[in-house]
Design a protein around this ligand. Sequence first.
Ligand code: ACO
Length: 389
Amino acid sequence: MDTAKTDSAGESAKLAAKSPAGLEGIVAASSRIGDVDGVNGILIYQGYNIHDLAEHSTFEEVVYLLWHERLPTQEELDELKKQLARHQNPPANVIEMMRHLPLKDAAPMDVVRTAVSALALYDKDCCDTTPEGALRTATKLTAQLPVLVAALERLRNDQEPVAPKPELGIAANFLYMLRGEMPQEREARMFDVALILHADHELNASTFTSRVVAATLADMYGAVTAAIAALAGPLHGGANTEVMKMLLEIESVDQVEPFITKALADKRKIMGFGHRVYKTEDPRATWLRKFSEELGKAKGDAKWYEMSRKVEEVIMREKKLYPNVDFYSASTYYQMGLALDLYTPIFAISRISGWTGHILEQYANNRLIRPRAEYTGPRDVPYTPIGER
Ligand code: ACO
């Protein structure tokens, strides 16, 4: 008996037994940053319940929390805001490069990914992975990402980018830069809460990606570029845009039932529903549902909210699935007048805080992430010379 062969096959079988599809339920890192209790629908950042943070805090406070493991004092928050304002202007060359990209046809997530990758080329400090150096890069990335997204929206609409106002918070500043006019206070607060809700979500696909890249001791720009690529996919952050496309396709409340019934019969996945971890209501959806309703009421047109409610009702009845964060963010952003394909870049503007928090944590206690694959191919295949194949 060939023991070498038995060992290879035996090891593969052992690995397979430990490898559920999609790594479901596998613990692949330890982290102090955030936790998802999928059974009870509880999301915490550094021990704080997301509902308390959404109620009382600002996105900047949450950024500090994710980076420093505690909420800031007023002085620390002021200093963070000062640093964010100081670093918020991306290198002029990156904005210039964006002008030459095919902005009218390109997916904004692709533009953002390219621009973030380019930022590294203009940052002499880009490869500094010491705690101080990496924190500086995290500050630059968090400050500049909203400016890049707003600039791409303006440029593709043949408008010049609007410079950020250093005195505004990230949420209000983003809406201001997009439109060139100050947002209303309530809208800016809703957007700020949306950023809080999207900031971190434990080891989701894009955060895991960022940690894998960081664990090779690659620089933070590279890790975030990879995370943006992962977030863009329709099974992850890309779902919010797809939700709104679906609602627009459905058109009216009375079309919801036939549309969803047919989509399910065709075995289509309904975007914005289901989650790998939540087996109950996603607490982030609770807030976004309220915002969708409030915006509909304020506009005197509850159509998008009512359609969403009806979709939720049908999916619950037919599939027992709950909406995830992407479902009600779609109608919320739509009613704020934001372009459909900006929803995922907006997700990135928030999640950059979680990604960078996880990357800082990874650098601080690093070991290369290198799992095994269950080999399912053939073994011991005799080589056939090319002329004989
Ligand atoms: N619509 C219809 N059926 C669904 C949906 C859905 N949205 N989600 C899951 N199901 C069904 C699947 O078809 C499958 O049924 P089956 O066992 O009969 O084949 C079962 O539920 C399990 O689904 P999986 O896709 O295996 O679950 P998984 O944990 O791998 O995927 C995911 C989770 C990707 C979120 C999935 O629910 C999905 O594709 N949802 C739609 C996309 C989406 O909204 N993504 C955003 C997630 S939140 C975020 O990333 C920010």
